[in-house]
Design a protein around this ligand. Structure first.
Ligand code: SAH
Length: 568
């Protein structure tokens, strides 16, 4: 819950905008401000105060106890210009909240915690559980001291600053990435990657205590950390077995189930007759843990009951193979505000960035210091794709970038053609040139439309021509990508001539060059009078269908003949 406190009419107006944006998350605290702040502090995970920072500092200071437990506090000034993360930047989520409030109110987020301010990832923001001397090691990272990185688990991490990864030295700060329990060491932070899969089986009615006790013992005796458990896995037939469902909930991990047939196909060291009779597979715990591959760290074991009754639960623990991460990220047409927040997050999540040099320049300032940048020139597509996949297979977090949408005439297909199923792939859509141009031209894509690339580098001209003809005959709006280059000048006139066999000379045509870039230009002309000389490789050309009109200088394709009668 987010508590909202305001003192003035302007504050209340801004507050109400947050209430409208967060109907389920926001709670308004009315009444005398000092009292409202105290109540919100006690009851909420986060608060936004439409008050001066000084006032809030005085009010919350006596209430602060510990940064792991205190709510995150954000202050917004009277004019709504700044959203200041005041207290609980990381653990309390105030930095994120300040950014979110900033987005909603048009205020500048103000974040002063050191790790965020200098682009060093806060060790507690990497998405992995953290243990140990967070403050000390973060300080060392920021101060540029040598910090040793011990990657016992090759889990893909974002870029870390260059001083992280120094050779081991006595007394040096250490970041350890590991699923193993070990006595805590001074000046050490342990990141817990989600490496462990715990397979469980249980007879009907097994208690959650019995299941959890068994899992806890198994992990402890094998020297493994419960914080690294990624999932509990079992057979479909047990998907609602309360002891198992509750155990997953208490461990805070998902319960994943597999069919008996899938489990029966997994080779396990300790098959047995009992589960075969009960649920149709000779192994539940071991098979469910091993189904995704990996190393069996704890073979099947049974619970031990104080009352001497037969065991009702089994478990097995597997360390799954580390998986690299390939994010295929579309950067949009050029303008920074057409780059999606998700794309930004993936760029900052990456340790390795692969892309065309001119696209790297577009986002270089967003990368974390220490990101390995593998840039190459035009034409090296296949090599870029191979490099990105190879880095991901080495266990790295990789971002492969492309302009517009990375799946449209871009890197996603060559990369995924190379990629095997041993890496995770995440796609981030981007605003492709046809859409960016459409928004500039008006509404040219209001009915069925296609994109056709006129580059015959990878596609024979006969194929391109056949597609243009099909679009012409089907009366579909066409956007031409790669329409014309210095060495390739007859294709666009030829394609337009084919369309002109089926469309009037007066059909509107939109030409947009450098959409959303500083030197953007556009014009609406017609099929009969387009001068191909104004078209180059920075341009897309959108040709309307027979219903497209130029209205008030804008290109408009009606939604259809009956759209007014249809429900939207
Ligand atoms: N993946 C890109 C397209 C790559 S093909 C996307 O989704 O937009 C390259 C062609 O895209 C260029 O020749 C040009 O036709 C078009 N293009 C890309 N960005 C553009 C922009 N900002 N303005 C106009 N055309 C653009």
């Amino acid at each position: 819950m987010i508590g909202l406190i305001s003192a003035t009419a302007a504050g209340a107006a801004a507050r109400d905008r947050l209430v409208a944006a967060w109907p389920a998350r926001a709670r308004v605290y009315e009444g005398p401000v000092a009292d409202a702040v105290r109540r919100a502090f006690a009851e909420c995970d986060q608060m936004v105060c439409f008050l001066a920072t000084g006032a809030v500092v005085r009010l919350v200071a006596p209430l602060l106890s510990d940064k792991g437990a205190d709510p995150g506090v954000v202050c917004v000034d009277e004019a709504g210009r700044f959203a200041v993360s005041l207290v609980g930047g990381h653990a309390g989520g105030a930095n994120e909240l300040a950014r979110e409030v900033g987005g909603l109110l048009g205020a500048e987020p103000v974040v002063t915690t050191a790790t965020d301010a200098v682009g060093v990832p806060g060790l507690d923001t990497l998405g992995l559980p953290v243990e140990g001397d967070l403050a000390g090691v973060s300080r060392a990272m920021l101060d540029g001291e040598p910090v040793v990185l011990e990657r016992e688990s090759p889990w893909p991490l974002p870029a870390l600053p260059p001083n992280v990864g120094s050779p081991a030295a006595p007394g040096a700060a250490v970041v350890r990435v590991s699923d193993r329990e070990r006595e805590p060491v001074a000046r050490e932070v342990v990141l817990r990657p989600p490496t462990l899969v715990v397979g469980v089986g249980a007879s009907r009615g097994a208690s959650v205590e019995e299941v959890l006790g068994l899992v806890g013992d198994a992990l402890r005796e094998a020297g493994l950390s419960a914080s690294s458990v990624a999932e509990l896995a079992t057979v479909d037939a047990k998907s609602e077995e309360p002891g198992i469902v509750l155990a997953a909930a208490r461990l805070g991990v998902p319960l994943v189930t597999h069919s008996a047939g899938e489990l029966a196909a997994v080779t396990v060291p300790n098959p047995s007759g009992a589960p075969l009779a009960a649920v149709g597979t000779p192994s539940v715990a071991e098979a469910a843990a091993l189904i995704g591959g990996g190393e069996l760290l704890v073979p099947k074991r049974k619970s031990v009951r104080d009352d001497g009754l037969p065991a009702m639960a089994t478990c097995a623990v597997v360390r799954r193979p580390a998986r690299g991460r390939l994010a295929v990220v579309g950067l949009g047409p050029g303008a920074r505000d057409l780059l999606t927040p998700r794309a930004t997050a993936e760029l900052r999540r990456a340790a390795v960035l692969v892309g065309l040099d001119q696209y790297v320049d577009q986002i270089r300032d967003l990368l974390r210091p220490g990101t390995l940048i593998l840039e190459s020139g035009l034409g090296a597509e296949e090599e870029r794709a191979r490099t990105a996949v190879a880095e991901a297979r080495r266990g790295q977090a990789v971002a492969l970038i492309g302009s517009g949408d990375a799946g449209v005439y871009a890197m996603a297909s060559p990369a995924l053609a190379e990629a095997s199923d041993d890496i995770d792939v995440v796609g981030v859509p981007g605003v492709t040139a046809a859409l960016a141009a459409g928004a500039i031209l008006g509404a040219p894509l209001g009915h069925d439309h296609v994109s056709i690339s006129l580059s015959d580098l990878h596609t024979p001209w006969e194929v391109i021509e056949r597609r243009v003809r099909a679009a012409a005959e089907a009366d579909i709006v066409v956007t031409f990508y790669n329409p014309r280059s210095r060495g390739r000048d007859w294709q666009l006139p030829k394609a337009l001539a084919i369309l002109a066999e089926h469309r009037e000379a007066g059909t509107p045509v939109g030409v947009v060059r450098n959409a959303s870039r500083p030197d953007e230009s556009s014009r609406v002309t017609t099929l009969g009078s387009l001068d191909p000389g104004i078209v180059d490789m920075m341009t897309v050309v959108t040709v309307g269908n027979t219903a497209t009109r130029e209205i008030a200088g804008r290109m408009v394709t009606p939604r259809g003949y009956r759209w007014q009668k249809e429900a939207e």
